[in-house]
Design a protein around this ligand. Sequence first.
Ligand code: CO
Length: 134
Amino acid sequence: MLGRLNHVALAVPDLAAASERYRTMLGATVSAPSALPEHGVTVAFVDLGNTKIELLEPLGDNSPIAAFLAKSPKGGMHHVCYEVSDIRAARDQILAAGGRVLGDGEPRIGAHGRPVLFVHPGDVFGTLTELEQA
Ligand code: CO
């Protein structure tokens, strides 16, 4: 069911500073920031060729990463994202195996314009896991 690693997402308190750190200290190519108010984040992507790192900064009052940064003010790994070919079939397989999907179980359009779901971190070893239909 699982395909490629699409991205690893890091929550960061200051996206401009994080982007600059990746560029100058790590020598990486980082995209321009992109505000996604409907997702409560501003994102920038570190291009690694085989995958990417998604840098997430909170945007607005109800950001889904605000609580994470309150607990980890310096930032940290927020989630991993794997590609699947059929998001509903993936959900059904997870539910049938006793796993939990966040929200109402219906895929939503994610930050890349594709359907996504999140699997409860308690069911995948403490790691919030996003599935994206590739
Ligand atoms: Co993601």
